[in-house]
Design a protein around this ligand. Sequence first.
Ligand SMILES: Cc1cc2nc3c(=O)[nH]c(=O)nc-3n(C[C@H](O)[C@H](O)[C@H](O)COP(=O)(O)OP(=O)(O)OC[C@H]3O[C@@H](n4cnc5c(N)ncnc54)[C@H](O)[C@@H]3O)c2cc1C
Length: 629
Amino acid sequence: MDIIENFETVEVTTDLLILGGGMAACGAAFEAAHWAKLNNLKVTIVDKAVLDRSGAVAMGLSAINLYIGLKDGKNTLKDFVKYVKNDLMGIVRDDLVANIARHVDSSVHLFEKWGLPIWKDENGNYINEGQWQIMINGESYKPIVAEAAKNALKELGKNGSYYERVFITEPILEDDRCVGAAGFSLRENKFYIFRAKTVLAAMGGAAHIFRPRSTGEGLGRTWYPPFNSGASAYFTIKAGAEMTCQEVRFVPVRFKDAYGPVGAWFLLFNSIATNAYGENYMQTRSSELKKWGPYGLTNPTPANLRNYLMMLEVMEGKSPIYMRTEEAIKKIISRAGDEKAAKKKLKELESETWEDFLDMTISQALLWASTNIMPEEKPSEIVACEPYFISSHSGASGAWISGPEDLSPPEYQWGYPHMTTIKGLFAAGDASGASSHKFSSGSFTEGRIAAKAAISFCADYPDMPNINPEKIRELKKEVFKPLETFQIHKNYSNDPDINPNFIKPKMFMFRLQKIMDEYAGGVSSFFRTSKPLLEKGFEFLNFLREDSQKLAAENLHELMRCWENIHRLWQAESHIRTILFREETRWPGYYFRTDFPKIKEEWKCFVNCRWDPETGEWKMMKKEIIDLV
Ligand SMILES: Cc1cc2nc3c(=O)[nH]c(=O)nc-3n(C[C@H](O)[C@H](O)[C@H](O)COP(=O)(O)OP(=O)(O)OC[C@H]3O[C@@H](n4cnc5c(N)ncnc54)[C@H](O)[C@@H]3O)c2cc1C
């Protein structure tokens, strides 16, 4: 039986194709609609999920983590760039960070206009959580932003459309240019070919590459949304784009088991964390920071170094580590005045602390409730999570993109802003690298910047590119192969999950996670790795790659799972290759090279890599850091 005959091929032609439906993609759709209307161009957005609740902001957020406050003179761009650079141990593109930061406030003002409640003080000023973060009532953050994006597309009439529950698998290239994408519907028997003059990749980062702390009954619970699975990295790598910072994973420290946010506790409530014996390790271990100068000696201490001091405590057997919520609350209340005022303050704090979780990590509130935790009485455990790929947060992995003409040195500028090294392929949010700390507002803003540039690309290249029909047939065969593999071999055994002729996606994912965890510095190896470990892991990764040909899917949902894992595999490979190449330890709280345990001046550079679609070979390269501040 030829499975692919059951699938209708749907061809969609558009000028700008936006892949993903998260913060960057919604920003892109909103901005693109404005410029597309002026130029009579088509804009199409494709999300594997539903725009209203897709991506990392799906559950909501309790803070917007990037707001500069330029109009009120709260901060300067220079301060922000310096802060980001220090947090990333010197490895950032100043031009990209500044470009996003100089536009981000206007995006936040739009969110407020669209109905997002932002906390304000008695004078009507935003309430800051930290220097760059402002507090929101953000349970409905994503639906609000998605509604604005959809309304903007509606304004385009027949020129604006969005596809939901369509999973993007592959980039489509013609000559040296990206001219579209292939995907399939998760609900109907449809194979999609999107043909476009220009493509913007914004499919988020990746979780479930490393074995998560929560397995078995807790499987699926991770800090980063499990439904972002490396599609951006895969898409850009497969298109032949140069990638950067593939070694810079993010290891967040969060409340244990439910991964609740710690930002409000550390920044708004000024809580401290201690080891099991009540010692504040940021103080007792402060001399360690000198080894990671100049970054370790700057205030605030980079996130990875804060992690590292905590990891040293754990390795010395001084865990559990606790967020001292009860002490922080006690301190705030003691400043309230008389008993009546103290009671009022306690009530206020109680609602703020629970709302912090209810806004963005409901399961943490449930965990507190089910384990009898009252933050005013008892501290809560925090822990370093498994590594994730999220360049918009405090990681940095993504495509190497061109910077803005007025800010970027020639080495960082080769065309349209936020275009990758592949003609016609743009990237934003978690898809673009070396510009950390964009967060939700910055990702939305970067989507806007990239989309505007992509529309001008369409105006400069007005002819619609062709796609070879033979290529479409090959892609269709490739995409549905796991369904075929299952059908051919399913009767060999009586358990659909156990069969010597194929591997189901869940087992494939477990194998990937085991390799990454044990060899590439995951949780079980205390985030430590070395050349011999990485090389051994790489050997196993190659076996896994061979077995990816035997992935099998029983239905459309499993087909998606198969492709998610292929995407993860490529993200994993570029990660291992890059960690191996960088012979130093630069971010000890994200990963530690035991064979090169120190930071080295000669490695103050970007590590970029490129997979060549012609030869299938990888090339690793160093790229200079050009400081603008
Ligand atoms: C737990 C957590 C807490 C955070 N807290 C804050 C905070 O307090 N404040 C703040 O400002 N920021 C916060 N952030 C950061 C913020 O969420 C991200 O910076 C932002 O969402 C990145 O935008 P993006 O568009 O790149 O990715 P996302 O918003 O994650 O969107 C990715 C999109 O790609 C789609 N997609 C994925 N794969 C495919 C595929 N194969 N085909 C089609 N579509 C696909 C997804 O469905 C989704 O629509 C947090 C992030 C996390 C994970």
